[in-house]
Design a protein around this ligand. Structure first.
Ligand code: FAD
Length: 493
């Protein structure tokens, strides 16, 4: 059997390695448009910022390693131009020589990923404006920085990659501003949690322009001027555009494969497309988000890697392994803050008409009497009907991974606020508290669900008639002193 894989990074390389482990004899040909396979795209911002100093560390495999270890015929600088699904062939262009040739397949796996969205405004073809997807983009940005030593940068788009780039540029001594179209940064979060991250940005002298967009770029010679819709303008020596990605589906379309409503390739639970000999994985497909029971795009490395393994099982054994969907569990480090989310946020649930409660708890990374405990905030979202967990968001400093992973698994399993009260965790003072944050989220959730605790959220508070109630702040005087609602009476609990 001959399997052809298009795309040689997260999903494609994983599929190739698993295929070989399962089948010693099969022929595996992997086409990659770029010059590298199986590299760490998630590490690219850190290499630009110098945290990863050795460029070679980005490469988890080389073409030579892949061919000698896995007997995979990996061909870089090889772009697949089209798929002929009738004759089961692909047309390949060697980008070094310009030569084109046809390659046949028995089974085809698409892992073509997603490409960064570009700004389509006047001046956006300036050489000082970059997007970041692959090693070539990284080298381009890094060389530009080394050569031109930019003093001011603007990052357009305040998602995970955009803000990782903010931190990287800031670490290089570049002054950075952020322009974001929406009324908050980090869209997987709800506004109160996003505000906590924004505070960190402002503590690091990063100015954020919300609800604004670049209307045009003006070349001022040594620098670029960004004109914003609001009438404001910014100057920059370097601009990173990080406004999301779109699935690379042109090949799928050339093969007549069915696309979903969100523009990704439609696959079944075996990751099989509408053509039984063609499978697809990674950023290019739509996956089921079981929380909202809808198909959506989740461009993350974890799902792509897992799907790569599953697809290989199915290519070798037929319908064997299933992909059950993704709840978009994600995490990022923004300066000294860790931000994580899983499941659906409140905005999305409202759009889907799913009734839910939101609760917040402020925990600590370990027992507070042991040195080094650092605070964090966990937002839990659960169904009004039965307390089923729908989403979690965390902003903290230490120990965030452990909490988000537990919450994500609980959400994925369909657990309720009652179930997570029972989560049994490892405890010793340097690592956690005897009551784990996840347990406490369950207790608070129960109190809210059963009406023992009535909550009022910031947006309700803003709209409420303040003459009808007294706000009592029960935190310590010190906490109150660090910031409180105007007019609140401090009576420490
Ligand atoms: P990719 O890994 O993008 O691979 C697709 C490959 O297909 C590309 O190399 C492309 O050149 C090739 N290709 C496309 N079309 C053709 C063609 N016609 N012929 C030949 N080759 C083709 N995710 C996380 O979960 N955590 C993170 O911290 C994180 N950080 C990221 C940071 C950056 C800067 C970027 C860009 C992404 C990050 N991601 C992160 C996302 C993650 O990298 C992707 O979700 C994952 O790589 C998707 O895997 P994939 O195989 O679908 O696509």
């Amino acid at each position: 059997m001959k399997t052809v894989i298009i795309g040689g990074v997260a999903g494609g390389a994983t599929a190739a390695a698993r295929l070989r482990r399962l089948d010693e004899q099969g022929e595996i040909v992997l086409f990659e448009r770029g010059g590298y396979i199986s590299y760490a795209n998630c590490g690219l911002p850190y290499y630009i910022g110098g945290v990863i100093s050795d460029r070679e560390r980005l490469f988890l495999q080389t073409v030579e390693g892949f061919s000698s270890k896995y007997a995979v015929d990996a061909r870089v600088y090889s772009e697949v131009q089209s798929i002929d699904s009738q004759n089961k062939t692909v047309l390949v262009k060697n980008l070094k020589t310009g030569e084109e040739y046809v390659e046949s397949y028995d089974k085809l796996i698409l892992s073509t990923g997603a490409s960064p969205r570009k700004l389509k405004v006047e001046g956006s073809d300036d050489r000082r404006i970059f997007t970041l997807r692959d090693v070539a983009d990284t080298d381009y940005i890094k060389n530009y920085i080394n050569e031109h030593k930019p003093k001011r940068a603007v990052v357009v788009g305040a998602g995970f990659i955009g803000l990782e780039m903010v931190e990287s540029l800031h670490g290089l001594g570049v002054e950075v501003d952020v322009v974001q179209r929406e009324d908050q940064i980090m869209l997987p979060l709800d506004i109160p949690m996003a505000q906590l991250v924004q505070r960190t940005l402002s503590e690091n002298q990063v100015e954020v322009y919300l609800e604004d967009e670049v209307s045009r770029f003006e070349d001022l010679g040594t620098t670029l001027k960004l004109h914003l819709n609001s009438g404001k303008s910014l100057t920059a020596d370097l601009v990173i555009v990080s406004i999301g990605v779109q699935p690379e589906t042109s090949l799928a379309e050339s093969a007549g494969l069915t696309l979903g409503e969100r523009g990704g390739i439609q696959v079944d639970e075996y990751l099989q497309t509408s053509n039984e000999d063609i499978y697809a994985v990674g950023d290019v497909i739509e996956v089921l988000n079981p929380v909202i029971n809808q198909y959506t795009l989740i461009p993350l490395a974890g799902p792509a890697n897992k799907q790569g393994r599953i697809v290989a099982d199915n290519v070798v054994f037929g319908k064997k392994s299933t992909y059950k969907g993704s709840i978009g569990t994600s995490i990022a480090k923004i300066f000294d803050v860790t931000v994580a989310a899983a499941g659906a946020n409140s905005k999305l649930l409202k759009m889907c008409g799913i009734d839910h409660y939101e609760s917040y708890i402020h925990g600590n990374s370990n027992a507070t009497y042991y040195p080094g405990a650092l605070p964090f905030t966990l937002k839990t979202i659960f169904s009004k009907a039965d307390g089923k967990l729908l989403g979690a968001q965390i902003v903290g400093y230490e120990g965030v991974t452990g909490v988000i992973d537990l919450m994500a698994e609980a959400i994925r399993r369909g657990d309720t606020v009652y179930d997570i009260q029972e989560v049994e965790h490892a405890y010793a003072p340097p690592f956690a508290s005897a009551k784990h944050t996840v347990n406490i989220a369950g207790y608070v959730g129960q109190n809210v669900l059963e009406g023992i605790l009535k909550t009022m959220h910031w947006d309700e508070f803003l709209k409420a008639d303040k003459s009808q109630f007294v706000v009592i702040d029960v935190r310590s005087e010190q906490e109150y002193g660090m910031g409180h609602i105007e007019g609140a009476l401090n009576i420490p609990v």
